[in-house]
Design a binder for this molecule. Structure first.
Ligand code: S3P
Length: 443
């Protein structure tokens, strides 16, 4: 994992951001495509895979578990082992910085009769795993963790797993996915109830690989998702759309840097991921979705964005899961908006790659924004011109580092960031892409 620190100082963009760019593949879909291809019978070709460090860790772990994964000229090729056939790894599985990789894999490993140990970098080793080990223990799997149920985590999987029936206590696609994946190698029906909807890439992609996943409305709101095990996955090619979470950085930069006019092409528009775009439109952003189409089973489109004045917004708690990773960059947009913004119900931000509620507040405060937290809500008093000049601590958090860069492109004084190396986890080539739009960032 990223050993070298990469400090960076970003000054205001010399001119508007203009041009057409394509952001890297969706991180959630990339992890899942590798995992499901590894469980499938046959060979899967994946195009558009995100080649960020998080996803490369998933590929490395799946190779240790027996899948054959190779990178071709334009696609990745995965020869799967079949459900129930993962082999015991001979060394620790390194999940790097990725909570998604660690939690989804824990679901799979729980119901394979092998022993494995997972670890990761210091950010991942501080994140809670109880949210998956608690329900997964009911399958018969055994887990050993450090105090506070944190990585390194040893999993003794079971070959005779009990299928789970689980109601999600938090809106989390990672927990939902871990439970569903445990059910693939159990005899019987695994059921997850989610009162608040979270991204549905696991359900969609399992169906794409031929698994009979049933989705029905849940009484009182939400969905019930069930699948019958043991399941067979059949290799199917996957096309990964551009990541809407990654698109959010050039998008907000273009809204804030005067004179900008650009198009971000091929961005995933799954309705459970588009909360940020809705919130920005409510702020008065000039953001149009062009050429909406279906690619590889997911809705995608091109985002046409132009700079303009933004006004404050109230983002309700129900919208959190559809934009969970976008709050740091939304907060930057709000800091430059006219009036007050209230971003409500952000408790889950405290357990991301960093405590993102605290780190976002620090990012804004150190650059002269007026911001405070009330309970789980973030309140930002916007101002059209932000002083900047801050020294930002990125806390090994890729999204915080990119948000700081965007803030620096629009602030009065240069913004320094202690380390931008972690941007490689989700957005390799971020600075180059911003520079092709004319950001003028000097490394
Ligand atoms: C992800 C789900 C989200 C998100 C993460 C990716 C996924 O986490 O923050 O970056 O791929 O399932 P939670 O669902 O746990 O909130």
């Amino acid at each position: 994992m990223t050993a070298q620190h990469r400090p960076l100082t970003v000054s205001a963009s010399p001119a508007g951001l203009c041009g057409r760019v394509h952001v890297p593949g969706d991180k959630s879909i990339s992890h899942r495509s590798l995992m499901f291809a590894a469980l499938a019978q046959g060979t899967t070709q994946i195009s558009g895979l995100l080649e960020g460090e998080d996803v490369l860790c998933t590929a490395g772990a799946l190779r240790q578990l027996g899948a054959k994964i190779t990178r071709g000229e334009t696609t990745w090729r995965v020869e799967g082992c079949g459900v129930g056939q993962l082999k015991e790894p001979s060394d620790v599985l390194d999940m790097g910085n990725s909570g998604t990789a660690a939690r989804l894999l824990t679901g799979l490993l729980a119901t394979h009769p092998i022993m494995s140990v997972m670890s990761g970098d210091s950010s991942l080793r501080s994140r809670p795993m109880k949210r998956v080990t608690a329900p997964l223990s009911e399958t018969g799997a055994q887990f050993l963790t450090r105090e506070g149920q944190r990585l390194p985590l040893a999993v003794q999987g079971t070959g005779a797993g009990k299928p789970l029936q689980y109601r999600l206590p938090v809106a989390s696609a990672q927990v939902k996915s871990a439970v569903l994946l445990s059910g693939l190698n159990c005899q019987g029906t695994t059921v997850v109830e989610e009162p608040i909807l979270s991204r549905d890439h696991t359900e969609n992609m399992l169906q794409h690989f031929g698994v009979d996943v049933q989705v029905s409305p849940l009484e009182g709101g939400g969905r019930t998702i069930s699948l019958q095990g043991p399941a067979t996955l059949t290799a199917r090619d996957v096309v990964v759309p551009g990541d809407p979470s990654s698109a959010s950085f050039p998008l907000v930069a273009a809204l804030l840097v005067p004179g900008s006019d650009c198009v971000i092409e091929g961005v995933g528009l799954n309705p459970l991921r588009t909360g940020l775009f809705i919130s920005l439109q409510e702020m008065g952003a000039s953001l149009e979705i062009l050429n909406e189409r279906i690619e590889g089973g997911e809705s995608v489109g091109d985002l046409h964005v132009r700079a303009g004045t933004l006004k404050g917004v109230t983002v309700p708690p129900e919208r959190v899961p559809s934009m969970i990773d976008e709050y740091p960059i939304l907060a930057v947009a709000c800091a430059f908006a006219e009036g007050t913004s209230r971003l409500q119900g952000l408790a889950e931000l405290r357990v991301k790659e960093s405590d993102r509620l605290a780190s976002t507040v620090a990012l804004l405060e150190v650059n002269g924004a007026r911001v405070h937290v009330e309970g789980d809500d973030l309140i930002i008093e916007g101002q059209p011109s932000l002083p900047g000049g801050g020294q930002v601590l990125s806390h090994m958090d890729h999204r915080l580092a990119m948000s700081a860069i965007v803030l620096g492109l629009a602030a009065q004084k240069p913004v320094s960031i202690d380390d931008t190396a972690f941007i490689e986890t989700s957005f390799p080539g971020f600075v180059d892409l911003m520079n092709t739009l004319g950001a003028g960032i000097t490394v």
